[in-house]
Write a protein of this length. Structure first.
Length: 127
């Protein structure tokens, strides 16, 4: 289930919102990597749950979020067993409004098909 972390909601300024906005707004969760901040915009319109994630340091230098940061954001905004995805759209549909932002998506009311785990990586075994 999609849920926004109210304790991390940005309340003031141009990106400010309140809980009255529901799952829509800007959020700044606790940093996962020392010296970096995560800036997140969340929405749930047009039948999609969505977060856009941007990382920056104290000097406002932008970074593409790393895998661990994206996993952290997934856990903050969705339940552990929810499946979400990053999309690589058709070139004709590609939008790059900010080069250091990644997105997580989940369709509302639909299950995302996933491959069997054995296709993703080797099965665990003991020696």
């Amino acid at each position: 289930m999609f849920h926004v972390p109210e304790r991390y909601r940005i309340l003031d300024g141009p990106r400010g919102s309140s809980s009255a906005y529901g799952n829509n707004g800007a959020f700044r969760p606790q940093a996962l990597i020392p010296g970096r901040e995560l800036w997140i915009i969340a929405s749930d319109g047009m039948s999609w749950e969505h977060v856009s994630v941007h990382a920056a340091n104290a000097h406002n230098k932008s970074f593409v979020p790393c895998w661990d940061e994206m996993c952290y954001v997934k856990e903050v905004f969705w339940d552990p067993e929810d499946v979400v995805m990053q999309l690589h759209p058709a070139r004709s549909e590609y939008v790059n409004a900010h080069p250091a932002v990644l997105h997580l998506w989940r369709p509302i009311g639909q299950e995302i098909p996933t491959p069997h785990s054995s296709l993703v990586g080797p099965l665990r075994f003991t020696l």
